[in-house]
Design a binder for this molecule. Sequence first.
Ligand SMILES: NC(=O)C1=CN([C@@H]2O[C@H](COP(=O)(O)OP(=O)(O)OC[C@H]3O[C@@H](n4cnc5c(N)ncnc54)[C@H](O)[C@@H]3O)[C@@H](O)[C@H]2O)[C@@H](O)CC1
Ligand SMILES: [K+]
Length: 514
Amino acid sequence: MKIFSAEQLYEADKITIEKQQITSEALMERAGTQIFNWLHQRLNGTPVPIRIFCGIGNNGGDGLVVGRMLIEHGYNVIVYVVNCSDKRSKNFLINYDKIKNVTKKWPLLMKGESDFPEINPEDIIVDAIFGIGLNRCPGGWVKKLIQYLNESKAFKLAIDIPSGLYSNLPLEDTEAVLKANHTLTFQTPKLSFFLPETASFVSNFDVLEIGLDIEFLQTTEPIGQLISKLEAQRFYKPREKFDHKGTYGHTLIVSGSYGKMGAAVLSTTSAYRIGAGMVTAFVPKCGYAIIQTTIPEAMVITDKEDDYLSNISFDFEPSAIGIGMGIGKNDTTVAAFKKILQNKDIPFVIDADALNILSENKAMLKLLPKNSILTPHPGELKRLIGEWKNDYEKLEKTKKFSEKYEVVVIIKGAYTITVYGDKLYINTTGNPGMGTAGSGDALSGVITGLLSQGYDALLASVFGVYLHGRAGDIAAGQLGYEAVMAGDVIDNLSEAYLDLFVREELSSEESAEK
Ligand SMILES: NC(=O)C1=CN([C@@H]2O[C@H](COP(=O)(O)OP(=O)(O)OC[C@H]3O[C@@H](n4cnc5c(N)ncnc54)[C@H](O)[C@@H]3O)[C@@H](O)[C@H]2O)[C@@H](O)CC1
Ligand SMILES: [K+]
């Protein structure tokens, strides 16, 4: 699914109105109807007080449409106008008038703190104060209202975006954003829904289609792509009957040091589980028996050193190399890493200590073979690209880094983001249970194993991140977040593959539509 900027959504809005020959009011009616349907399906006529806080722009207009429809269906609705400016939008005014047709109760005009209503925990708050048109940080009594609503225990449903959050700009004041329990967003999710500083304000979200122009949506280059099952299915390369182990490549995993051989075991195993034809582990001598006994399928080449890597030499042409997991930063290991980078034609995955070696020896960055994949967690990324002021600056700096060194950068986190040039791919799988040692080693093995099978660098990255996260989700479903270990993620890679082609169970609403 594509993620568009606020500017692109306004453009889509305009084009839709022109091409479908509808009024902007009709588009607002569509949007409001979608929100109403969502609520009505869940509330089913329950007389719970629904307090709708409407701003004076089109987000407020959406709120008024929802209010009108709920009133028409007999709900217990109280509509407030957060009167922060006299510049009411045209469609706000149209819908402000229309609400008079269904109720004698006028919306309550709020002009300051003394107008804040009492809110009970059982009430529902609908947040239609600001949408994607937010153009400055909320201040004064409006900020106080947002804080007041946040303090309430009532369920908070945000329309389009929690008020105070920009769709694709950095947050200025964390105190001036509504903390929604659920967000219903129009047509496409917004970039801020996926970034660590802002995602928590959104909580869960649903995307509601409002029929924006299909051609625009299909042909416009988005600011980011969301990777979920639908996209992952398209990445998958089916196997042919006469394929053999050579077809799926020979992966080389360069990893481990004394006390960190687990990293080598995990990455080697996951390269196999994801489908590499052959996997050779290059490890210090101390790892020989460990690999041979834990993964009999793997071949092992050992360094001349017992405890760390000093000279990585091999007598075959690997299809892909994964390097760095648990290798430490010994001087001779640094030299060995530098030397192996001379293999310009082999795709690389560079992780963990190899990333730290790069951070401490920035001159080595220019030695990276084109299209190498770097898999930093935020701490490793900071060491590579320097500090950032906010998530957006982090993304901009990472894009520049990716462009400069012609590499793929996978920023690991709750929504792992793969950065390739100026493109962002945001993963939707994974869970807090995967914050466990070795999870990253498993990911490196997965991506190297995919490269080995002929997936290109970008595809191996986004598909690998998806499958790894999905395997983690399946593991967490069986074990609970706390108990998940990296080995459980690897054990479920097969399920993650199988799950790609399992049809989702239809919800009762969808079944009824069929
Ligand atoms: N495709 C689209 O673009 C559609 C948009 N719709 C709705 O329209 C919304 C966007 O509407 P608008 O562009 O009217 O903008 P908003 O309704 O988001 O709010 C902007 C209004 O508030 C004012 N404002 C902004 N920041 C403020 C602040 N900090 N303090 C006080 N006032 C502030 C602005 O001057 C403007 O009048 C969307 O979020 C969505 O809810 C839907 O109605 C249908 C389709
Ligand atoms: K809102």
